[in-house]
Write a protein that binds this ligand. Structure first.
Ligand SMILES: Cc1ncc(COP(=O)(O)O)c(C=O)c1O
Length: 354
């Protein structure tokens, strides 16, 4: 299914920020994509000048939080061409998650097509410097003005774009220090953890802020029932190198099925590395650390690609992991970013040209 995308260009284009000072999510491009949903159908896909949305104060999203989003990237390669990384997969995740919030699923192919049209309009906004990207943020919100507690019947799907800088300020990965959170919970069984719902991020903020105040970069999330099992790290999926095995918590309804996670698993298997997706307890990690079996810990996500963990700290122990940036995490970072910028063969069909 393809929805025709109407394009209305801005008459007041912005000055582009310097590529050396992009940061993350601070700058937005000249246009955005809007698609309405009402009377059971998507309509009026349009690229319009970027600007505030007009919402009724009674819009359901503002009261009962029917909201979810995605995060993907367009990358300018060494050859100057712009490529979208696994955009279809990101659109599928949005479509698969929407029913959990009783929201309508956009057709992934339609959404990927409409986003591609938007990125084409904004091609000049895709930065050129190494490790920069154009971050793509699709968002789905309930717009119906109605205060009864029930799923809304009007929605807005919109997509904004943000040129983002190198996550690490260069090619060198910077390890993070992690607080193991045993009080608060990001996601509970039967809840929204597997969906990129805004509510998950609201529930994670307080523990993350407390950890930051105490000198940590992010928190390691454990299961909501007993705080014994490892789930995610900050807003990333978690990987551990245990001996010569790459291990990541098995997916369930408390863990987001990361596109980077899936990419790393695929690359690891292609290299012949043993990869295991299974439940992982904190007790097992403590033991593996004590015995020297815990070689590396890293997070995976669209923004950082790979984020090495140098320390895991609980109320009663501090575990120093390897030398900070481990060779396995670094190698996946190098391989994935090389594929993304077209410097390595895209054997898995992850890239689409504009
Ligand atoms: C909670 C959470 N887990 C994991 C990820 C990683 O997912 P992806 O690799 O698709 O970006 C994200 C988003 O980046 C996230 O917000």
């Amino acid at each position: 299914m393809k929805l025709e995308v109407r394009i209305e260009r801005t008459s007041a284009p912005k000055v582009h920020p310097p590529e050396t000072d992009l940061g993350f999510g601070r700058h937005f491009t000249d246009h955005m994509l809007l698609v309405d949903f009402h009377d059971g159908a998507w309509s009026d896909a349009r690229v319009v000048p970027y600007g505030p949305l007009s919402l009724d104060p009674a819009a359901a999203v503002l009261h009962y939080g029917q909201a979810m989003f995605e995060g993907a990237k367009a990358i300018r390669g060494d050859d100057g061409a712009v490529r979208l990384f696994r955009l279809q997969r990101h659109c599928e995740r949005l479509a698969q998650g929407a029913p959990r919030l009783c929201m309508p699923s956009p057709d992934p192919a339609m959404l990927a097509h409409a986003i591609t049209e938007l990125v084409k309009v904004e091609e000049a906004w895709v930065p050129r410097a190494r490790n920069t990207a154009l971050y793509i943020r699709p968002t789905l919100i309930a717009t119906e003005p109605f205060l009864g507690v029930r799923p809304a019947n009007q929605y807005l799907l919109y997509v904004i774009l943000s040129p983002v800088g190198s996550y690490y300020g260069g090619d060198t990965l910077k390890p993070v220090r992690i607080w193991v959170e045993t009080q608060q919970t990001r996601a509970a069984k039967g809840g929204l953890g597997a969906v990129k719902a805004g509510a998950n991020y609201a529930s994670s903020l307080q523990a993350a802020m407390r950890a930051k105040k105490d000198g940590y970069d992010q928190v390691l999330w454990l299961d909501g029932a007993k705080h014994e099992m490892l789930e995610e790290v900050g807003t990333m999926n978690l990987f551990l190198v245990l001996g010569d095995e790459l291990v990541t918590p098995a997916l369930g309804d408390t863990i987001l099925s990361g596109v980077t996670r899936d990419s790393i698993i695929t690359l690891a298997k292609a290299r012949g590395i043993k990869v295991t997706e299974r439940p992982l307890s904190l007790a097992e990690i403590v033991e593996a650390h004590a015995s020297g079996k815990l070689k590396e810990v890293f997070g995976s996500g669209t923004a950082a690609v790979v984020s090495p963990v140098s320390e895991l700290v609980t109320a009663d122990r501090r575990m120093i992991v390897g030398d900070g940036v481990g060779p396995i995490g670094q190698s996946f970072y190098d391989e994935l970013t090389a594929i993304q910028r077209g410097a390595r063969r895209d054997e898995h069909g992850w890239l689409t040209a504009l």
